[in-house]
Design a protein around this ligand. Structure first.
Ligand code: AHR
Length: 662
């Protein structure tokens, strides 16, 4: 059967299986009006989960990024494994400002918990006038906002002495104080002390000092400082501006916590979700594959909660029981497979994850979710198994074992498989063959390419087989943050919408990058410890995601090109959002000349008057930066329907036009 016939057959089956409400809309075939060049418009149902985000903890996206903790190395677990130059005292200074003296040591004999073994012991002979203690410099300095509250906590155990006064202070250069408070510690066992400081002024590189003011010997661990103003004011919460920027994308789903981070650099480095839940001081931490440390303060509970907060369906990814093929710095051949004897408990961990998200409070893991403050299930619908894995027998065996068990126990969960790191090649072909054999519901494709690739691949999925696995484009980006990069992605995204029947989901990658710790470029949102800027690519994602539809309309927009001429710099799509009834047009002109369009809205029952227009345009090399965050931005306007018929798309632009229907 040729491709076209397959396509027709798939369409027929799709239409027959549609629920009545959608079916009745789909059968409304609209005759073209004044533009006889247009074929009849057909309404095609497309994925409601099309545009989402992919969060990976790289470039300090979690600790020092989205996770709002301001203290770096709060539990003294940094080590040379994370980074050759690090140790448990990294980012801490020993503080004896008022000529006090004593000793500081890192110990591990009697920790709060064995999974968090290191703590420090201050043995203070003489506190001097200012006390003896420790100072943390945060993540490139602690940023403070005048008048805002900062919540502090610490675990202390008194080893010698009684009723030791402790002072906590936020300090700037030259001894300036941004606020302080004191308490008295008396516990001979690990005891949590809390307090808060209202910042007296703005600061971008304050430090936190904790000093004991009496001769004593005390143990200290889990020194923490959070802005009270986290996203939605949540405890152990997220940095408000970054979380809001993600929320403003209106993502329909969020894939987390990686990427390469998930399958890890060797088996010991694989991401294990169970290490990331429960009280933070009991979470077992580890090296981040991107060469830093994961405190796991942002763990699976916090990921699920964030997804719920922003209305995004969670898509957690677990390793397919094999490590990254580049493990140990061996490119392509470093994949390590979990011994078969460990597979049973590994698969149980995955079942437990689903129970943690969806199980009743009476189940073992549902009870843990409830204990964390969320008795209601998180409504998990998707789970990813594997990431870009090399297609080996080891991978296939382990993937199949996981897949079979998860599918049998949770048939309603959609499993997302993987087909290698590239848009073609050996892993891609073998990955698809394997997915076909297993009938995997969705597979995850990744593209990091030049802008020209995105422009030339607008039709990548037009001829794709409709009868097999659906596609999740889990990671894609053109190499850069200039406007032209963003527009090439926009052009490609019109193709995603057109093929939203088989492309179920898509997410740009990576999402976040701390400007001082970039593991990967380009990214969607850049930030420092105080502020952030949004890239041109961000605006494209936002314009598509906030203007998503669930029905695709063909034959609405044409470009005024001579017959038989095509131009890959021009692309357009039209969708209907059946919730609002709105018709949404997206027109991309990635070329340097104005592009004439012919728009045929006949039969669509458009309300008379004006429509809303959102426009992103500029010079191809325009880009935002921390010093010029608004070089590229969108503008909103109204456009009269009469002017829309022959809309002229400016050079280097994306236009999104939203029309109300009667
Ligand atoms: O997005 C950055 C990395 O790119 C991801 O970790 C990996 O999946 C891909 O190779």
């Amino acid at each position: 059967m040729n491709l076209f016939k397959t396509y027709l057959l798939a369409w027929f089956l799709f239409a027959v299986l549609l629920p009545v409400t959608v079916f009745s809309q789909q059968t409304t075939v609209i005759a073209s009006g004044s533009q006889p060049r247009f074929a009849q418009k057909a309404l095609k149902p497309i994925s409601k989960d099309l545009f989402g985000v992919f969060f990976e903890d790289l470039s300090y996206s979690a600790d020092g990024g989205l996770y709002a903790e301001l203290i770096q190395n709060r539990s003294f677990e940094y080590s040379p494994d994370d980074n050759k130059k690090w140790n448990p005292l990294s980012f801490w200074d020993y503080t004896t400002d008022g000529h006090g003296y004593g000793k500081i040591a890192v110990e591990s004999a009697q920790p709060i918990a064995s999974v968090n073994p290191h703590y420090i012991v201050l043995d203070i002979d003489d506190p001097g006038t200012e006390g003896v203690g420790i100072t943390n410099s945060g993540f490139d300095g602690i940023a403070l906002h005048s008048g805002e509250n900062y919540d502090f906590s610490v675990y202390i155990k008194l080893i010698a002495g009684s009723r030791v006064p402790v002072k906590v202070e936020l300090r700037g250069k030259k001894g300036i104080s941004y606020g302080q408070f004191s308490f008295t510690t008396a516990g001979k066992v690990w005891t949590k002390y809390t307090g808060s400081i209202k910042a007296l002024a703005d600061a971008d590189s304050a430090k936190l000092t904790v000093v004991a003011l009496a001769k004593s010997k005390i143990a200290i661990d889990e020194v923490s400082l959070f802005p009270r103003n986290t996203f939605r004011g949540e405890k152990n919460g997220l940095r408000a501006d970054l979380a809001q920027a993600i929320a403003n994308l209106k993502p329909k789903f969020m894939r987390f916590p990686g990427g390469c981070l998930v399958h890890g650099d060797g088996l010991d480095n694989m991401y294990r979700w169970k290490n990331t839940i429960g009280p933070v001081e009991l979470r077992s931490q580890q090296r981040n594959i991107w060469n830093y440390h994961q405190s796991y303060g942002l763990g699976f509970f916090e990921y699920f909660r964030f997804c719920e907060d922003i209305g995004a369906k969670p898509l957690p990814v677990v390793a397919a029981a094999v490590s990254c093929q580049n493990s140990g710095g061996v490119r392509g051949t470093g994949q390590k497979a979990l011994p078969l004897v460990d597979m049973k408990s590994y698969i149980q961990d995955i079942l437990d994850l689903i129970e943690y998200a969806n199980g009743p409070v009476t189940s073992k893991y549902g009870a843990k979710r409830a204990a964390a403050g969320h008795p209601k299930p998180f409504n998990l619908q998707y789970i990813g198994i594997g990431n870009e894995d090399k297609q080996t027998d080891d991978f296939r065996d382990r993937f199949k074992s996981i897949y079979d068990v998860v599918r049998a126990k949770y048939p309603d969960i959609t499993i997302v498989g993987t087909v290698g790191p590239f848009p073609s090649g050996e892993d891609y072909d073998l990955g698809w063959k394997f997915a076909d054999k297993l009938n995997v519901p969705v597979v995850d494709e990744h593209f990091y390419q030049k802008p020209a690739w995105f422009l030339n691949n607008n039709n990548r999925y037009d001829g794709f087989r409709r009868s097999k696995s659906k596609v999740y484009i889990g990671e894609y980006a053109s190499w850069g943050n200039n406007l032209i990069n963003a527009l090439s992605e926009a052009a490609f995204m019109t193709g995603i919408e057109r093929n939203g029947d088989i492309v179920k989901m898509a997410s740009y990658a990576p999402l976040l990058a701390n400007l001082s710790h970039i593991s990967w470029n380009p990214d969607l949102i850049y930030f420092n410890n105080k502020t952030l800027f949004l890239t041109a690519n961000y605006f494209v994602q936002q314009m598509f995601s906030a203007n998503q539809g669930d029905l695709y309309l063909s034959d609405v927009i044409k470009f005024g090109l001579p017959a038989a001429q095509t131009d890959s710099t021009l692309a357009a799509s039209c969708v209907k959002d059946s919730g609002t009834g709105d018709i949404i047009l997206k027109i991309v002109n990635a070329g340097d000349k104005e592009a004439n369009t012919i728009i045929d809205l006949a039969g669509l029952k458009i309300q008379q008057g004006s429509a809303s227009l959102e426009l992103l345009k500029g010079a191809p090399s325009d880009k935002n930066s921390i010093s010029n965050p608004d070089a590229v931005r969108t503008v909103k306007d109204d456009i009269q329907l009469a002017a829309l018929k022959n809309y002229v798309a400016p050079p280097f632009s994306l236009s999104v036009i939203r029309l109300k229907t009667e």
